[in-house]
Ligand binder design. Structure first.
Ligand SMILES: Nc1ncnc2c1ncn2[C@@H]1O[C@H](COP(=O)(O)OP(=O)(O)OP(=O)(O)O)[C@@H](O)[C@H]1O
Ligand SMILES: [Mg+2]
Length: 49
């Protein structure tokens, strides 16, 4: 596993995390996506209201 970290600033971290979570669900398993950002928007990116 490779982990890349960058600071706040809209470079696409949440977008990539949401895309990876979506892709991981395609195998039929359970995927936990945890958003630790106080200004959370991962759920929105995944499509959860
Ligand atoms: N590859 C891309 N091309 C164009 N727009 C993109 C791309 N990736 C992300 N965006 C857009 O850039 C904006 C910021 O993306 P995102 O929220 O994923 O960034 P972030 O790194 O999580 O930001 P923050 O540090 O504020 O949490 C969003 O409007 C998203 O749709
Ligand atoms: Mg983000």
């Amino acid at each position: 596993m490779k982990l890349a970290i960058s600071g706040k600033g809209g470079v696409g971290k949440t977008t990539i995390a949401a895309a990876l979570a979506k892709i991981c669900t395609q195998n039929g398993g359970t995927v936990y996506a945890i958003d630790a950002d106080p200004d959370a928007c991962l759920a929105t990116n995944i499509g959860i209201p």
